[in-house]
Design a protein around this ligand. Structure first.
Ligand code: HEM
Length: 559
């Protein structure tokens, strides 16, 4: 057993640590051992050197006259770079309003990990898939914990367990045991008829708008549609958004939309602001209270129906909605989701569900009028698959729409609604590349910038659904496409979201030809928790004719 002294290259050689090296250890084992002493997240990047000579064998490392310097991926350890800020506001003006474009510029200038400070809030971001994967894995190094620097800090609600709570809590464990089964692939399939009914109701309104020759704001109507679908799923409430073209948004939709926008305003201005007893911070508290009240009412209404208890999986397949599920679902110890978790878990599932899907739906419509040939190819695929107004949109049917699947994937690569899931460092640590992150600091795997990283995606700015057939994309590095995040805090509603858009899109595309009203550049809302288009106005005209089946399909059918 030899003892060697080590220090991190880039740190003073006086900060050494003595480590005992077992003579049976191999080189990888030595890297792991040293990594554990210095909280180096990925041991494989470790290099050892003495007097600038690389040491390649365990025997060299243990016998050389110490201390031995540790490099990471060929680098000395370093602080995460970022732009110098102004007093008080930090980098605010350098980032907003176009935070996507500006972060892209900062990644190009500073490399794969950047640090910015806005209004006193320090955030690390990465566009590197490896680092994103590390951050998303709940581990000794990272967890979801809503510290003051976390983008969801102003919304944190420990009782919700999911989304707005820390991983390391009983509330998350319980909510995470009960809720995902209700949104698993099989459970979601049984909601397909409800989804189809939702879009068929909505179509009456789009028909009326067409008859009046009116164009409409894509996000506003997709918000109606997305929240109508999710409201039925989570709370069993019909929001009646399609009673007429001007039907108002349901109070729940309005409040949740306000909650998110207030949160983005409050968090982008720093913690001093969130504590003010008036203005936006005060309104944020009022909005939360009113939402709680409304969900409690829908739980009361569902509970009065009188229902039998069922094991989780059975409840998921039989429930009329998630309130119904949450009341009946019983785990193998006979326990249920406690009342204290129920209200906020349902609020969060509702909010997470409709704000995201309505943005995705809006971008999917944006793609039809922006990217040449998409609308025609999607329509052709429907015709080739014998679609008509009566078709039943089961998941077996939508699985056959291969181009639609690639279109949705590419849309989530370029225009994913969710962009800033944050994870918190559990200890002072060293990331690949040698970047130092202090305990309790927050790193955001910047989804948009990972999805547009030119080192992973060729010509990332190009919207190209066919790239999903290429070997390059099929063999892409782990962590390079994460529209729903990954790891145990990833989205639990992704099956529902994907099924929903796969049911809605065919109905819309087969019935209408979409064109954009005016040619103003479409802007995204910079002060919203999600990326959504602000000013996309569409005209949906009833189709009167459809293309014939393509030759390949007809000849396949006759052969
Ligand atoms: C296009 C649609 C959607 C996108 C892009 C999306 C994206 C995401 C992302 C990135 C996360 C991780 C957030 C974080 O780490 O901070 C997340 C979490 C979550 N999503 Fe989604 N989501 C979508 C739809 C839905 C739907 C339809 C539901 C429910 C009906 C839902 C429910 C949730 C919940 C409850 C969590 C938190 C899980 C936890 O805390 O363990 N999402 N989503």
């Amino acid at each position: 057993m030899a003892i060697q002294h080590f220090f991190l290259l880039g740190e003073p050689a006086t900060a050494t640590r003595a480590i005992e090296i077992d003579s049976n250890l191999d080189f990888d084992g030595l890297k792991h051992l040293v990594a554990s002493y210095f909280a180096i997240v990925n041991p494989s990047g470790i290099g050892f050197q003495s007097q600038e000579n690389a040491l390649q064998e365990v025997s060299d490392v243990s016998s050389v006259e110490g201390p031995v310097a540790i490099s990471i991926d060929g680098h000395a350890v370093r602080d995460v770079p970022g732009p110098k800020g102004l007093p008080y506001i930090g980098n605010f003006l350098e980032i907003y309003p176009d935070h996507l474009g500006n972060h892209q510029r900062l990644f190009e200038r500073y490399g794969p990990v950047i640090k910015t400070i806005t209004m006193g809030r320090t955030v690390y971001q990465t566009n590197d898939p490896d680092i994103a994967t590390i951050a998303f894995a709940e581990s000794d190094f990272f967890t979801k914990k809503l510290t003051e620097d976390h983008p969801l800090y102003a919304l944190r609600t420990p009782a919700a367990g999911i989304f707005l709570g820390d991983t390391d809590t009983e509330e998350w464990r319980i909510a995470h045991k009960f809720l995902p089964p209700a949104l698993g692939p099989k459970a979601v399939r049984h909601y397909a008829p409800t989804m189809q009914k939702t879009i068929e109701d909505a179509i009456k309104v789009f028909d009326e708008l067409d008859e009046q020759g009116e164009s409409w704001n894509a996000y506003q109507y997709m918000l109606k549609l997305g929240s109508q679908a999710v409201g039925k799923l989570t709370l069993g409430i019909n929001f009646n958004h399609f009673a007429s073209p001007d039907a108002p948004l349901h109070e729940m939709t309005l409040l949740i939309a306000e909650l998110l926008s207030l949160n983005k305003k409050v968090t982008s201005k720093g913690n001093w602001y969130s504590n003010l007893p008036f203005g936006d911070p005060q309104r944020l508290k009022e909005v939360k209270r009113r939402i709680e009240e409304m969900v409690e009412e829908s739980i009361q209404a569902a509970a009065r129906g009188g229902v039998e208890d069922l094991p989780l999986q059975d409840a998921a397949l039989k429930a009329a909605n998630m309130v119904d599920y949450a009341i009946r679902a019983t785990d193998n110890k006979g326990e249920k989701l406690p009342k204290s978790s129920l209200v906020w878990a349902l609020i969060v599932a509702t909010a997470a569900g409709f704000t995201t899907t309505s943005s995705l739906l809006s971008w999917l419509l944006y793609g039809l009028v922006t990217y040449p040939g998409m609308q025609e190819r999607l329509l052709q695929e429907l015709v080739d698959n014998d679609f008509d107004e009566e078709a039943l949109l089961t998941s077996d049917y939508t699985d056959r729409l291969v181009f639609q699947d690639k279109y949705i994937k590419e849309m989530q690569r370029k225009h994913n609604p969710s962009f800033q899931p944050g994870r918190t460092a559990k200890t002072d640590l060293i990331l690949p590349g040698g970047y130092k992150m202090p305990k309790d600091s927050v790193i955001i795997p910047a989804l948009h910038h990972i999805h547009n990283n030119p080192q992973i995606w060729s010509d990332p700015a190009k919207f190209d659904p066919d790239r999903w057939d290429t070997e390059e994309v099929k063999n892409r590095p782990k962590g390079s496409y994460l529209p729903f995040a990954v790891g145990s805090r990833m989205c639990i509603g992704f099956n529902f979201a994907l099924q929903e858009v796969k049911v809605f899109l065919p109905k819309l595309i087969y019935r209408y030809k979409f064109t954009q009203e005016g040619d103003t550049a479409v802007e995204y809302d910079p002060m919203f928790q999600l990326i959504r288009p602000n000013n996309l106005y569409l005209r949906a005209e009833r189709r009167v004719k459809w293309p014939p089946k393509s030759k390949a399909t007809t000849s396949n059918a006759s052969s």
